[in-house]
Design a protein around this ligand. Structure first.
Ligand SMILES: [Zn+2]
Length: 406
């Protein structure tokens, strides 16, 4: 059993390495329109940025892989669990600490690499605008929230497993569903911890947005501006909330970087998503992956050989969870292929909506400006698009608009 798990972990690392290789590989055919978006110099800058980022990510993942493999080979998970036994906690507390420790071990590495990425690479290419103080504040909030949340979820699942015996999958699915509904409410609250939101000031932009909302018969409670420039120069806009609480969030960087008509075009695209109810459609999708892990957990949590192969004397729920979660990534890659394809088709439809209710020229130029400022890869390997992209590439989008609105 041990050899099976370790082989799968190695296989996963191999797939990851291959994906990174494809990410940095320059395609044979570069779309000539690339040089209309980026001048040669910017394109070289993009290429260098992309390579550095990928290299850093490979080293980061490599170290994390070595830690995991060492822990598995030496049965260190069991050693930690065994060490905690000495404190004679009750089972739940012992498992909670066990999960916490295992989760905390890779954190210093992850945070250090994040720091290097932002303050060495993003800084060098002129993306970063955040201060080190802000970085530390963000990381503290993020780390503590996630540790509490994750430990809570795992221990919650564990107690359901212990209390309900054979009905774990059923109860687990119910809890997962409730939790997902909760995140929809939590997300706007969470983002308030990180960012400031202020109403869009009166003026011609606000008037144009209201015209768009009126002409498309859309109900939105508020249009907010988020101070994204505090962290990065990257631009974005999104819809959030459901029903009456639906609001538009515009990054202040977007307002700075785009013409009025282009901003309205970006919003029209987002409005397309809202009109097509894409957020609601996505819910069963995210539920599918959570549901799958719960079903697998139901099957494998009591599977004794998985735990005993790594030193435990009996099946251990938390350990099974940790292993399954590592291996789940392989499956996620496969699940994501049809999922991303579907999401990309939603993007085409939202693009089409934007062009219909607003205009083609300003939407196209907005897309180009967004790609340019975000240093998007304009010629990714087709396999990378299939595997990873939840948005079509810039030229795919432009071609698609052209075909339908020639
Ligand atoms: Zn979209």
């Amino acid at each position: 059993m041990k050899i099976v798990v370790i082989t799968l972990v190695v296989l996963l690392a191999g797939i990851d390495g291959f994906i990174h290789y494809l990410l940095t590989k320059k395609p044979k055919h570069i779309d000539q329109r690339t040089y209309e978006v980026y001048d040669k110099k910017t394109y070289q800058k993009w290429d260098a940025y992309n390579k550095e980022k990928s290299k850093l990510s490979v080293i980061n993942k490599g170290i994390l892989f070595l830690i995991l493999i060492t822990m598995l080979i030496l049965n260190l998970h069991f050693e930690i669990y065994h060490w905690l036994e000495g404190f004679s906690y009750d089972t739940y507390t012992q498992n909670a600490y066990f999960f916490l420790i295992v989760t905390i071990i890779p954190l210093p590495i992850v945070i250090t690499f994040d720091y290097i990425r932002i303050f060495k690479i993003e800084e060098k290419y002129g993306f970063n605008t955040q201060t080190k103080k802000l970085f530390i504040k963000d990381k503290l909030i993020e780390t503590i929230t996630w540790l509490v949340l994750e430990t809570g979820i795992v221990i919650g699942l564990y107690s359901i497993y212990e209390e309900t015996e054979g009905l774990f999958v059923l109860f687990g699915l119910i809890v997962a569903f409730l939790f997902m509904t909760l995140t929809l409410i939590i997300f706007p609250i969470m983002s308030k911890l990180y960012n400031k939101f202020s109403p869009l000031e009166e003026g011609s932009l606000k008037a144009s947005i209201h015209d768009l909302l009126k002409s498309t018969n859309s109900k939105v409670s508020k249009v907010l501006v988020m101070n994204a420039s505090k962290r990065s120069k990257k631009m974005n806009a999104y819809f959030t909330g459901i029903g009456k609480r639906r609001r538009i969030v515009l990054y202040d960087t977007t307002i700075e970087g785009l013409e009025e008509s282009e901003i309205v075009a970006v919003l029209a695209h987002e409005l397309g998503h809202a009109k097509h109810k894409d957020i609601v459609k996505m819910l069963p999708l995210s539920f599918l992956s959570i549901g799958l892990i719960i079903i697998l957990l139901g099957v494998f949590a009591g599977f004794k050989p998985l735990s005993t192969a790594f030193g435990f004397s009996d099946s251990n729920f938390v350990f099974s969870f940790i292993i399954l979660f590592e291996l789940f990534e392989i499956m996620m890659i496969l699940i994501k292929v049809p999922q991303n394809k579907w999401i990309r088709s939603m993007e085409y439809k939202a693009d089409q909506y934007a062009v219909t209710v607003h205009d083609k020229a300003s939407f196209t130029s907005a897309l180009i400006k967004l790609s340019k400022i975000n240093l998007t890869d304009l010629n990714p390997h087709p396999l990378i698009v299939t595997l990873l992209y939840d948005h079509p590439t810039l030229f795919q989008r432009i071609d698609h608009i052209g075909e339908n609105h020639g």
